[in-house]
Write a new protein. Sequence first.
Length: 629
Amino acid sequence: MKKWTGGVLIIGLACILLVSYSFIQKQPQKQSSYEFFHPNQKHTNSTNLEQPKEEKLQTFVKRPHLVNLDGLDYLFNSTRMPKENESNSKPLLAWGQMRLLLSRSDSLPMTAQGIKEAAVAWKELHSEKIDENRASKFVHNNKKNCSFSVISMNNDTSFSIPCGLIEDSSITIIAIPDGKQDGFQIEFVGSKGKEESDVILNFKVVLPGNNFTKEPFIVQNTWTYEFGWGKEEKCPSHSHGSPNTAKVDGLVKCNEQLTRNSIEESSVSKHVIVNKSMNGSDVSDHNHMDSNFPFLDGSLFTTTIWVGAEGFHATVNGRHETSFAYREKLEPWLVSGVRVKGGLHIISALAKGLPVSENLDMAIDLDDLKAPLISNKSKRLVLLIGVFSSGNNFERRMALRRSWMKYEAVRSGVVAVRFFIGLHKNKQVNFELWKEAQAYQDVQLMPFVDYYSLLTLKTIAICIMGTKIFPAKYIMKTDDDAFVRVDEILASLKTKNPDGLLYGRVSLDSKPQREKDNKWYISTEEWPHESYPPWAHGPGYVISRDIAKFIVRGHHERSLKLFKLEDVAMGIWIEEFKKNVREVHYDNDERFYNAGCEPNYILAHYQNPRMVLCLWEKMQKEHKPDCCD
């Protein structure tokens, strides 16, 4: 009887242990960000349990695998990367944590090309920055130093642009068309590689011919070695129906007067010629006709093609004629030369407003502008501001250093400002950029070439820096053509909820652009929904630390959805944060001006270096946020 009772007791204890172990195994575990982004893949709550099995299968999203792209090993090879305790490691702090992001099989467009070209650029730069003696020799012997202007005379049909084009750069050509040929072409070409140079802009003019016997027009297009000619834009277009109302930097793509009158005057000219011939009269010179077409055989003209924020713009004899939006992979910083083809006798050509770096040997305020030292052991920053910039935007960065980056909060280390810059295809630009990074200690280089479609990678890099390298309570993103009132940002943040915050000019109801020629075109494969979740305009917005940490965790677990519009991508990530972590406070402030400046601004966008310095001077003298004309 005792043995039987003991056996029952042992069996009972075993059952209790088994049930307890089972209960422990079923306890909820800490949820990963992959589960945050794909909650339907696991039975983590009652909602998931109630879903039909078929629906769970449909919502399953496969995590992207890792690939090794050409050039990736070189960019991240530890023998070529500075060690953490070396002073020249500061521009590469975020770089070192981005390999996983660049290795994803679902990478953004242009990632493979951006990495491959960056590896070439980094190898060239690395070979020249080993020590100061070699670097000094390189600068002395290199004839392609960045210069503000280039002059071409004596009917030269081609000339070089040493360090690419930036906004407000311009090419002016004074020439005379030769009617013996049908017309001429002005081309902006990229740097030569193994293949023929890409044509970033082809400005083609077809002349009206003797006595306006042909219809004149202007055609603009692009050409790449990979895809050939793009879709041409003709002016006048003569398209049926309503005219194209699309604008570039607020300017029409084709001069309305040219579009309206070109055909009419061409036909009238022919009619006059026929009548005069029948009456035995001499045919008058076509140059005396009242033509709105700006190019005529034998007539001197001056044309200027200048660089805007969104595209190229051409004026002829002082009148705006055409505008042409930049196309993907063909951006102005890539321009390395200008060439002219066809019947054109060139009197002179002038390229001006070109990017040029500051002479560090002559900088008297270098120490005052150098970024304050930030120790990883110091208390958390209140705000990290990440500024998107391009390699050859030297003047913009200097304007920021001499203006709003001099706020006391920045100089005292309460706020840190860092420029996030991809490598350039031009060796001289990269070398000047490296010297700048060492001098001012506020540049973070990115391990890819700076294509527009890769901006989202910079957004993630800013979050990495604000959570892992220089921990901050808030993280802000802005552009190098924006003026930021740091004092007002900090004052506003004191009144906000510190968790789940998106602060800026918030768009609550926007739809994806489905027109293929649009800069912000998004296909249904990229975003199948009819609208976007709330997002803040890219020139300036602030997120709280918990959102940034969520993004970084999603990056490490490869669960973060990559989307090529960086500000909309942030809205998509925050939407997932809202669904799976906590409520989000969308704090819309219309004082974030994403297209210019208005009085009482917090942020003013599209401000060139002169205007940035003017705004700072007004703030210092008048102590109020007035705009500059």
